[in-house]
Design a protein around this ligand. Structure first.
Ligand SMILES: [Fe+2]
Ligand SMILES: [Fe+2]
Length: 247
């Protein structure tokens, strides 16, 4: 198995020459043999050694691309009632809605006037409400899982995930505003921003979920002590679930 130092070296190279196929291939080989916890620690050390957030996030995207299917094999298997099982089931519902959001955004972009997409507005409104309702999902991650990971020294991944929550929060609010405004402003302006914000959320949140399912959650499962999970579940109940949380 690759050591953390070897991993850091290849991540540095990926960051500097991520578009060179030979570098990507070597990185893929090394990354396939590494567990999520070591990967999180390696990324975090790079951050402490001065790699900035922008580079780290770019790196994250490149290594996800490089890993492809290999990473999905790390997807945790947990009971549906386990806190991670609950979060992952919520992700599935969010992903279905993001797919629809992407399709509607495409239609909005292609349509010349509001009347052509009016039939889509109720669905768009429902999706935007569901996305606003995901706040409790993000809060559960931020208030119960991230602080525990941080207490074990895993600080990098939670910090990046928090930043993404922040950015997404603003875009989700903007999407809801735009849906409300449909019909009261010029279609051209509305359509342009709506399609842009819709695509941004559909892409960024999908990637975010991918990183959590395949890196952050496996890291949490291998880092937290087993007896901490009942406490996490109790805290989940205190914060509350989304209206779409499966039971
Ligand atoms: Fe998240
Ligand atoms: Fe999540």
């Amino acid at each position: 198995m690759a050591t953390k130092e070897e991993l850091k070296q290849v991540l540095r190279e990926l960051n500097e020459q991520g578009d060179v196929p030979a570098v990507k291939a070597r990185a893929a080989e090394l990354l396939r043999g590494v567990d999520a916890h070591t990967l999180s620690l390696a990324e975090q050390e790079l951050e402490q050694e001065g790699m900035d957030d922008e580079a780290l996030r770019k790196l994250c995207a490149v290594h996800l691309e490089v890993l492809g299917e290999g990473l999905e094999q790390q997807r945790p298997e947990v009971a549906a009632a386990h806190p991670i099982g609950i979060l992952m089931d919520e992700h599935k519902i969010i992903l279905q809605n993001l797919e629809e959001l992407r399709e509607i955004s495409d239609r909005v972009r292609a349509a010349a006037r509001l009347s052509e997409i009016e039939g889509q507005l109720p669905r768009l409104k429902a999706i935007s409400h569901l996305l606003l309702d995901t706040e409790s999902h993000h809060r559960r991650e931020e208030e119960t899982i991230f602080p525990r990971l941080e207490s074990y020294g895993v600080t990098g991944p939670p910090r990046i995930m928090r930043q993404e929550h922040e950015e997404l929060r603003a875009k989700k609010r903007r999407l809801a505003e735009l849906v409300e405004q449909a019909g009261s402003t010029s279609y051209e302006e509305l359509a342009k921003e709506l399609a842009h914000v819709g695509h941004y959320i559909a892409t960024t949140l999908k990637d975010h979920i991918y990183k959590e399912d395949n890196i952050l959650y496996p890291t949490a499962l291998s880092t937290l002590e087993p007896e901490e999970w009942p406490e996490v579940l109790k805290e989940f109940e205190g914060i509350g679930y989304c209206c779409f949380t499966p039971h």
